[in-house]
Write a protein that binds this ligand. Sequence first.
Ligand code: FAD
Ligand code: NAG
Ligand code: NAG
Ligand code: NAG
Ligand code: NAG
Ligand code: NAG
Ligand code: NAG
Length: 533
Amino acid sequence: MKTSSIALLVLFHTILSLAYSFATPSSIHENFLQCLSLHSDPSIPIYTPNTSSYSSILQFSVRNLRFSTPTTPKPELIITALHESHVQAAVICSRKYGLHLRIRSGGHDYEGLSYASDVPFVIVDLLNIQSISVDAENGTAWVQAGATIGQLYHNIAVKSRTYGFPAGICPTVGIGGHLSGGGYGALLRKYGLAADNIVDARLVNVDGKILDRKSMGEDLFWAIRGGGGASFGVILSYKINLVPVPPIVTVFRFNKNLEEGATALVEKWQYVADKLPQDLFIRIVVNVVNSTQREERTVQASFQALFLGGVDKLIPIMEQRFPELGLARENCTEMSWIQSVLYFAGFPINGSSEVLVDRTPLNPLDYFKAKSDYVTEPISITGLEGIWKMLLEENRPEVIFSPYGGRMSEISESAIPFPHRVENIYKIQHLVYWQEQGLKASRDHIAWIRRLYRYLIPYVSKFPRAAYLNYRDIDLGQSKNGTASYSEAKVWGIKYFKNNFDRLVKVKSKVDPDNFFRNEQSIPAVPSWAKKN
Ligand SMILES: Cc1cc2nc3c(=O)[nH]c(=O)nc-3n(C[C@H](O)[C@H](O)[C@H](O)COP(=O)(O)OP(=O)(O)OC[C@H]3O[C@@H](n4cnc5c(N)ncnc54)[C@H](O)[C@@H]3O)c2cc1C
Ligand SMILES: *[C@@H]1O[C@H](CO)[C@@H](O)[C@H](O)[C@H]1NC(C)=O
Ligand SMILES: *[C@@H]1O[C@H](CO)[C@@H](O)[C@H](O)[C@H]1NC(C)=O
Ligand SMILES: *[C@@H]1O[C@H](CO)[C@@H](O)[C@H](O)[C@H]1NC(C)=O
Ligand SMILES: *[C@@H]1O[C@H](CO)[C@@H](O)[C@H](O)[C@H]1NC(C)=O
Ligand SMILES: *[C@@H]1O[C@H](CO)[C@@H](O)[C@H](O)[C@H]1NC(C)=O
Ligand SMILES: *[C@@H]1O[C@H](CO)[C@@H](O)[C@H](O)[C@H]1NC(C)=O
């Protein structure tokens, strides 16, 4: 390096440190608050650690106790936007004063990325941006990002008996994270993902401007349907196509433990589940229960199904395709689609769907850690038995097998950033829950799930070992300050997005070249890519 450039560097460094010494945290704070009031209106709700309700506002949307401990980094400020203009102000002012911004809708992020960060940060929380307008005549709806999918389902059911929507099973999940990351539930084999059914969107970009599909252009619109919203802007709302559902659907939940032949049934299911008619979705939830036959814990496989039709049509299909299960009419219940939503969510089916509007989870919160895998070849009996053996080592483990095929196989890998399509038989979600506090418990349970993940290497997808963005897993790689290089980010990016990763980087580089919207697993900006086609 030449002397002159060193001198320049030193000068530059001095200016930088001067800038920092003038802008102490509290003056940044004041300037920031001034900026907010300048760019919005006095009604903008702001919570600092000194505000009495700061903690309850922060806790309200936390869904994993791992990120709600005394040592979890807390935001300097929470803005619970009431209007779109408040979101614009949050973006404009945090960018202007170099504050790191986290975006939260439903707070279900598995790694707490929407409300915790190692870098000092503020949160824009969209929980109050939650209106939904269902157009039952045209079969569409506009839904704001802070609404939950339960609120969406309830609003659809109030307006129409013939429409539904193919999003997730847990009603408290937020639209903002869920739809921008994919989103699936029991209608997946018939209608694909929630993100496959988005037709328009409104978002606040890095300049604080509101864009819709037309003004953002098709590249950015593509990116926010599966690429995760947090790398690209703040999603305000999505317009979705509703999907037709019949007046009568049928559900069953059919439990078999190891002593009742669960292993052979799970093995057979792998050859059947993705090839069934698209109207039939049968997932398997595997966990550990007290055996009724023996004084020991055992593994239980719960076959849980939604069929878009009556039981008279379902039974012959099951007799032909999966007779080993031995499903009888008595094991099935007919109901409306919205009742099936209540059923899968664990609510009484005869009650009002109004319960879906409640943002408070049905069950007490747990500490948990989860991972995901895709399966392209059936796992052998021996392979399955190895999984069961590992499950029996844990207190509250769970694995969920969700069938693919049907509509999922018809959509191309590049239609949206979510790439996991025709090659898959099913997806596995691995989970472990616990209630013990403290670092040791966390370490032990996380170590267990990492062992399970290692055990599964021979049985699951390879090159890349694919993963589902909405089951975010920081073990796949991360950047603590959100500034990963292309090659660092590619490690996890290729698992979540396969060949779509590069296109996401291109979009990111165009719309946010300075990488304002970032987190531990965000899409990196490569400025020289901004002009690439
Ligand atoms: C109990 C539970 C059940 C679940 N069930 C299912 C299921 O059935 N099917 C399924 O597919 N998934 C399921 N998930 C996963 C869920 O889809 C993801 O966690 C999803 O990202 C959550 O969205 P959120 O808005 O609630 O979360 P948040 O934590 O608010 O956000 C998740 C991510 O999206 C970003 N984000 C949020 N809002 C916006 C926005 N408006 N603009 C830009 N970026 C934003 C956040 O910054 C964060 O990175 C479940 C999760 C939990 C905890
Ligand atoms: C919070 O209160 C403390 C003590 O009362 C004060 O020193 C501090 O400046 C306050 N912080 C903010 C952000 O208002
Ligand atoms: C249905 O869509 C048409 C065309 O976009 C629109 O004019 C009409 O108002 C919509 N119907 C309702 C009920 O909003
Ligand atoms: C199926 O229904 C029959 C008849 O009611 C019942 O005996 C059996 O236990 C049910 N099977 C399962 C697995 O629920
Ligand atoms: C299983 O049995 C143990 C010991 O009897 C008990 O503590 C536990 O609650 C039981 N678990 C379930 C799921 O019933
Ligand atoms: C729901 O209502 C129907 C009809 O009134 C009844 O037959 C059924 O048993 C009820 N189911 C439950 C779970 O209460
Ligand atoms: C982010 O962290 C990496 C090391 O992990 C460091 O090299 C880089 O300079 C940091 N970037 C910023 C902007 O702090």
